[in-house]
Write a protein that binds this ligand. Structure first.
Ligand SMILES: [Zn+2]
Ligand SMILES: [Zn+2]
Length: 129
């Protein structure tokens, strides 16, 4: 919230100090680059931390937000992908942690498949866009 406040003040100040015809270009640039941090829900523009979770490229305000997300993605995501079957409706109770990141599965079979070879599944999804 603090960052958002600082950002708003900065944008307001920038808008007021510039000629009227450039105000629209300032806000347009802002909306083009703005993305929302999944953890705090604050707009993330300019400096941010990027982290790819399965098939989604996410932007976070800072390391603290990324850490919180990695620990409990289910808290911040509507849809949880089960990697072995590509289902978007994984079970929150069926999860495993790989390299400090939690992943979810639709069933025990998928969980087992992933645990046998996590890298190949992550590799497969890292190519999707
Ligand atoms: Zn954040
Ligand atoms: Zn599955």
């Amino acid at each position: 919230m603090k960052l958002y406040f600082i950002l708003s003040v900065f944008i307001l100040a920038a808008a007021f100090t510039k000629a009227e015809n450039s105000i629209s270009s300032v806000s347009m640039m802002y909306s083009d680059t703005a993305s929302v941090c999944p953890v705090t829900g604050d707009p993330v523009a300019g400096e941010h931390i990027a982290f790819r979770y399965i098939d989604k490229e996410l932007k976070f305000c800072n390391d603290g937000c990324v850490m919180a997300y990695k620990k409990e993605p289910a808290k911040y995501s509507e849809h949880l992908k089960c990697m072995p079957c590509n289902d978007d409706d994984a079970n929150r109770e069926l999860n495993t942690t790989h390299n400090g990141v939690k992943y979810y599965f639709c069933g025990k079979g998928c969980k087992g498949k992933f645990e046998k070879d996590p890298e190949s599944y992550l590799e497969q999804f890292s190519k999707q866009n």
